[in-house]
Design a protein around this ligand. Sequence first.
Ligand SMILES: *Cc1c(COP(=O)(O)O)cnc(C)c1O
Length: 210
Amino acid sequence: MRAGRDPEQVKLIAVSKVFPAEAIRAAYEAGLRDFGENYVQEFEHKSMELGNLIGATFHLIGHLQTNKARRAVQLFDVIQTVDSERLAQRLEQAAATLKPGGKLEVMIEVKLSGEPSKSGAPPEELDRLVEVLRTCPHLKLTGLMTMPPFSDDPEAARPYFRRLRALAEAYKLPHLSMGMSQDFEVAVEEGATHVRIGTALFGARRPAWK
Ligand SMILES: *Cc1c(COP(=O)(O)O)cnc(C)c1O
C-alpha cells in the first residue's frame, strides 16, 4: 500500500445507503464483511430481507436520534455516531436490556469543522463524553469518527484527519473511522483504521439522497 501500512490494519466498510439489500448480499458474496448504513429505518427494511449474514458486521454511520437508540442497538453491531451524553445514556439503557452479558461497540463522531449542518460532538465536549462512555458497563468505546467538510481536493481533508488522530491518541482510543471514496488514501496515510466507501464500490447514488 502506498502509505506503507499493512492492509490488514485498515477495515473497508462498504457504505450501502440507498442501495437495495441485494447490493449488500452481492458485496457479502464477493467477500466483504463490514457494512455501513446511515438511516435506522432504511436498514430496518433491508435487514429483514437480508436475514442472517454470518460474520457480517453492520455499522451505523449516520446521525442517530435518541428516540431511535433502542432500534439501532437491535439492528447494528457498531454505532459510530455517538455525539451526546443523552444519546450515550439511551444506548446504555438499550444495551443493558438487549445485550445483558455483552457490550455494544461505539465510537464518537467528532465535529471538527464549524459547518452548522454537520452532526458530531465538538472537540471541547470530548473529555466529558469519553468519561461518560467509559463508565457505561454495556458500551465499549473503541474510537473516533469524523467527516471533513466536502471538497473536491482530497488534500483538504488531511488537517481534519490529522486532528482526529491526535485526539484519538490523547484518549488512547485505537480506532479511527475516517476517509470516504474521495479521500480514503489521504485518510489511510493519516492513520485511518476504518475507511467508509460507498460510491467507489456501488457507484453513484441518486443525487437527491446524497
Ligand atoms: C455516504 C457516506 C460515506 C460514503 O461516501 P462515498 O463518498 O460514497 O464513499 C461515508 N461516510 C458517511 C458518514 C456517509 O454518510
